[in-house]
Design a protein around this ligand. Structure first.
Ligand code: SF4
Ligand code: SF4
Length: 382
């Protein structure tokens, strides 16, 4: 089995100097920045800009990490560009809200085109044989993935592998949820995307992570760590071990290894830098059970709605903004004003729901969380 390396570096705060030193150390532990960028190369940074928001909310990759990685690549002679395709809206507006554009303008990084893309064949994909990939990614010499350390209801943990979903431009992303409602198929698609848009380097921002109702509405949680690797599967598995989450629970791990993207087995990963045990947080709030397929072809709706996790609206927090209704990708909508009265809050029809959690991910009030029906809790107790 191929060996892989993950560098783990402690970093207590987002102070620019501290982050810069930590990033420099992490890259040195992997052999130095020259292994990831050569003079004159066009390098695209791919931060997590799910939805542009204040960095203190921990939804997006922090500007200090973006500054340090981009600055070191620029010192190495690379031409630095950046971008992401957020859940809604254009890249530029979202990177501004996330505080990244201000850093990019200061350091002379330009925004790459993540709003449109081109079709690319991927005949070796495990499941998906072609993708539309953002022009900014296809036009780059190299991609550097800057994921945020967060929870996610569909894949349990969102790190390096899931972050690459933002290489698919705009609303095309939601079509993958409709076509691949089984979470294991969806995860395999993510792996296929990573093997066609493979990052040279991943630097994960876990200084302040997000636990609970991630990836948008969870709580910031200090982990005080930056992780570095050219292997997106191994970096995710290492982060999972820090929060006592079995990497096999994350559905991208096995196909990631099968596709040759990387490895999640601890015996194949050389950890350099700090000992991961020193970061162990067993109380980190994350769903620790594997996702359960809930597609109609697998279970009758009656059974599905009594055992499968599902999105649930907190009526106290809901402001009836309608974002969840707009973002629900199925037709007819599973979350909607089913009574026809838009003055009332939307409700879910679970027999239509494919459990993609786009509604939970995009609710601006954090009013949607994942609930397990009682029978499901009894049957699938972790
Ligand atoms: S997105 Fe959230 S706040 Fe808006 S209507 Fe849906 S549940 Fe309510
Ligand atoms: S209701 Fe939510 S989880 Fe269900 S299909 Fe719609 S967006 Fe996905």
């Amino acid at each position: 089995m191929t060996r892989t390396k993950v560098a783990v570096v402690r970093c207590h705060s987002y102070d620019d100097d501290e982050v810069f030193k930590a990033v420099r150390r992490g890259l040195d532990l992997l052999g130095g920045v020259s292994g990831f960028a050569r003079p004159g190369e066009r390098i695209v940074l791919k931060p997590n800009v799910l939805i542009g928001s204040n960095p203190e909310k921990c939804v997006t990759t922090h500007p200090a990490v973006f500054r340090a990685v981009g600055g070191i690549l620029r010192e190495a002679g690379a031409s630095v560009h950046y971008g992401d395709s957020p859940t809604f809206g254009k890249c530029e507006a979202n990177v501004r809200k996330a505080g990244l554009k201000q850093v990019g303008d200061e350091l002379g990084f330009s925004i790459a085109d993540f709003d449109s893309g081109r079709s690319v064949s991927h005949k070796d994909g495990l499941l998906v044989k072609s993708f539309v990939v953002a022009n900014g990614v296809l036009d780059a010499d190299g991609l550097v993935n800057l994921p945020k350390f967060k929870t996610h209801p569909l894949v349990r943990f969102t790190g390096a592998v899931k972050n690459q979903f933002g290489c698919v431009p705009g609303l095309l992303k939601s079509q993958y949820h409709v076509k691949l409602p089984n979470p294991y198929d969806f995860a395999t698609m993510l792996v296929d995307l990573n093997t066609i848009a493979r990052p040279r380097l991943c630097v994960m921002d876990g200084i302040m992570a997000m636990e609970g109702n991630g990836p948008r509405s969870g709580r910031p949680k200090k982990m005080g760590v930056l992780l570095f690797s050219s292997d997106p599967v191994a970096i995710d598995a290492t982060a999972c071990r820090m929060i006592d989450l079995d990497p096999e629970v994350v559905p991208t791990s096995r196909p990631g290894e099968k596709a040759g993207l990387g490895t999640y087995h601890s015996e194949s990963i050389d950890i350099v830098g700090e000992d991961i045990e020193s970061f162990l947080d067993r109380g980190f709030e994350v769903i620790r059970t594997p996702p359960r397929p809930c597609s109609r072809s697998r279970l009758r709706d009656f059974v599905k709605n009594r055992i499968c996790e599902r999105p649930a609206i907190d009526k106290v927090k809901c402001t009836n903004c309608g974002t969840c209704v707009r973002m629900c990708p199925v037709d007819p909508k599973a979350v909607d004003w089913h009574t026809g009265n838009k003055d009332e809050q939307p409700t879910h029809k679970y027999d239509r729901c494919i459990r993609c959690y786009c509604c939970q991910e995009t609710c601006p009030e954090g009013a949607i969380s994942v609930e397990s029906p009682l029978i499901g809790r009894i049957l699938f107790r972790a």
